[in-house]
Write a protein that binds this ligand. Structure first.
Ligand code: PLP
Length: 454
C-alpha cells in the first residue's frame, strides 16, 4: 500500500481573499426581509444587530473576492492551512476503487471549522470599537470558537447555550469560560423572550432557534454589543470559503479533480464554504461536480422542509430568510449532533439546492455513529457526530463505487473532532441510542405556522 499523504500548502499558496459564490449565481439567494415592513433588509435595518462591516458582506451579492484583513490572516496561520488527507486506510477497509479525500478542520483547540468565521467576526467587532458580542451555541463548538476569537482580540463574549447541551457537555462550557466567555443555559430567565419560551414550553431542553432570540435581545439591549452568528448567514459562508479555496489549490497541486463533494449540513456553513469555489467553476461552466448535503433524519430541512420565508429564531425578532425550513416552531429531538439541530438552512445553499445544482440526503443517527466508529478505527481520528454525517454519506458513495466497479474521487469535509461527544459515543456503544424521525404530521404542525409571504 502507498503511504498515506497529507497536503499542506506553502505560505505563498495560502488564500488571502475569501470567495463569495453569490457573485457567480445568476439567480441570487432571496434577500432577508425586515419582519415589520416585509421589505428587503437594508444596511440600516441590520446595523443595530450586526457589526457594520459584516452587514456589508451580508448584503454583497456581486464582489467575488473579498480580501481577508491582515490580523485574520495572521490568526489563520496558527492552524491553517488545514490538511487535505487521502483516506487510504478507509479505502482499503472498504475495498473500494474510489479515491477518498477529506479536508480536516478539527486541528485547532475549538475542534471545528467554526473558528474560521469566529475570528473574522471578532476582528470586525473589535475594529468597530465594540465592547463585546453575544451569540448562541448548540453543541458548543461555535461558542468555543467565538470565545477563543474574543479572547484573542480582547472582546467580551456572552454565550447562550442550548440547555440540553449545557447539561450534556459541562466540559464544553468550561472551555468557553476558560477563554473568558460568560455562558448561560437557554432558554434562560435573563431575557424577556427566554422567560416567555419557558412559560410556553415548561421543561423545554431548548433549541438553537430559542437561543438565537435570547442572544439577539441581549445584544440590542446592551450598549456597545452586537450579535454574531456561527452559521446560516451569507457572511459565514463567505468566511468558510477558505476551506474550499485551500482544498481547490491542494487538488490542483496533486493534479486530481474531485467528482463528488460531500458535507454535513446544519445551517450550511462548512458545506457552503467547502463547495463554494467548486460551485463557482460549475456556475461559470468551467467544470462539473456533484455536491451532496447530508443532514440528520431527525432534522431534515432540505429533504423534507419547505422553501419559504421563515423566521430565523423562535422568538421571531430576527429578519425573515427564504430558506428550506422545518418552521421556526419545530423543536428537533435532543439528538447527539447538536450542531445540526437548526430548523432552517443557509439561503445560499437553499437557492443552489432549489436550482438542482446540489443534492441532499438524510441519514439516521445510529448509521452515522457506525460510520464514525468505522472511521475512528480505520483513519484514527475520532470524528464529531456532525462530521460523521458526511463520513456516512462518503462511505455509502464509496460502497456504490465498489458495487458498480467505478473509480471516482470523493471529497468530504471532516468538520471536527468528537472529544466532547463521548456521552453520545457511550450511548452508541451501549446500544441505547435511538433514531428519532419526525412524522409528516409533526412537520405539518410547524409548517402551518410559517409566515405568509411571497
Ligand atoms: C456546527 C458544526 C457543524 C454544522 O454547522 P454548519 O454551519 O452546517 O457547518 C458541523 N460540524 C461541526 C463539527 C460543527 O461544529
Amino acid at each position: 500500500m502507498e503511504v498515506p499523504y497529507k497536503t499542506y500548502l506553502n505560505e505563498n499558496e495560502v488564500p488571502t481573499s475569501w470567495y463569495n459564490v453569490r457573485a457567480d449565481m445568476k439567480k441570487k439567494p432571496a434577500p432577508l426581509l425586515n419582519a415589520s415592513t416585509g421589505k428587503p433588509c437594508t444596511a440600516a435595518d441590520l446595523e443595530p444587530v450586526f457589526c457594520s462591516d459584516l452587514v456589508k458582506q451580508e448584503l454583497d451579492d456581486t464582489t467575488a473576492f473579498i480580501p481577508m484583513p491582515r490580523p485574520v490572516v495572521d490568526f489563520y496561520r496558527m492552524f491553517r492551512p488545514s490538511p487535505l488527507i487521502r483516506a487510504y486506510f478507509l479505502e482499503k477497509a472498504l475495498g473500494t476503487p474510489a479515491k477518498i479525500f477529506y479536508k480536516f478542520e478539527g486541528n485547532n483547540t475549538s475542534g471545528s471549522h467554526k473558528l474560521n468565521s469566529a475570528i473574522a467576526q471578532a476582528y470586525y467587532a473589535k475594529a468597530q470599537g465594540l465592547k463585546g458580542v453575544t451569540t448562541e451555541t448548540g453543541a458548543g463548538q461555535w461558542g468555543t470558537a467565538l470565545s477563543m476569537a474574543c479572547a484573542f482580540f480582547g472582546l467580551d463574549c456572552r454565550v447562550f447555550m442550548v440547555k440540553c447541551s449545557y447539561e450534556q457537555k459541562p466540559f464544553r462550557r468550561e472551555v468557553m469560560r476558560t477563554y473568558g466567555a460568560d455562558v448561560t443555559p437557554s432558554p434562560s430567565m435573563t431575557t424577556q423572550i427566554g422567560q416567555k419560551i419557558n412559560q410556553e414550553h415548561p421543561g423545554t431542553t431548548g433549541s438553537l432557534g430559542c437561543a438565537i432570540s435570547e442572544a439577539v435581545e441581549a445584544a440590542v439591549t446592551t450598549p456597545g454589543y452586537r450579535y454574531v452568528l456561527g452559521s446560516v448567514l451569507n457572511q459565514v459562508l463567505l468566511h468558510q470559503s477558505i476551506i474550499g479555496l485551500e482544498a481547490s489549490i491542494a487538488f490542483k497541486k496533486l493534479g486530481v479533480k474531485p467528482d463528488v463533494i460531500i458535507g454535513c449540513a446544519g445551517g450550511g456553513s462548512n458545506l457552503g464554504g467547502l463547495i463554494s469555489p467548486f460551485m463557482g467553476e460549475k456556475l461559470r461552466g468551467e467544470a462539473d461536480y456533484r455536491f451532496v448535503a447530508v443532514e440528520p433524519a431527525s432534522c431534515p430541512s432540505l429533504t423534507r422542509g419547505r422553501y419559504a420565508y421563515d423566521y430565523c429564531d423562535t422568538g421571531r425578532i430576527c429578519p425573515l430568510a427564504k430558506m428550506y425550513t422545518l418552521g421556526a416552531d419545530y423543536i428537533p429531538s435532543a439528538s447527539h449532533a447538536g450542531g445540526l439541530r437548526y430548523h432552517g438552512m443557509s439561503p445560499i445553499l437553499s437557492e443552489l439546492y432549489d436550482q438542482k445544482l446540489m443534492e441532499a440526503v438524510s441519514v439516521r443517527q445510529t448509521d452515522v455513529f457506525s460510520a464514525a466508529q468505522y472511521f475512528a478505527r480505520t483513519e484514527g481520528i475520532l470524528p464529531a457526530p456532525e462530521s460523521s454525517h458526511a463520513i456516512r454519506a462518503a462511505i455509502d458513495e464509496a460502497i456504490k463505487c465498489r458495487e458498480a466497479g467505478k473509480s471516482e474521487t470523493i471529497l468530504f469535509g471532516l468538520t471536527g473532532t468528537g472529544y466532547f461527544d463521548m456521552t453520545a459515543y457511550q450511548s452508541f456503544n451501549d446500544h441505547t441510542m435511538g433514531d428519532f424521525i419526525p412524522t409528516d404530521e409533526d412537520l405539518e404542525k410547524a409548517f402551518a405556522k410559517l409566515p405568509e409571504i411571497g
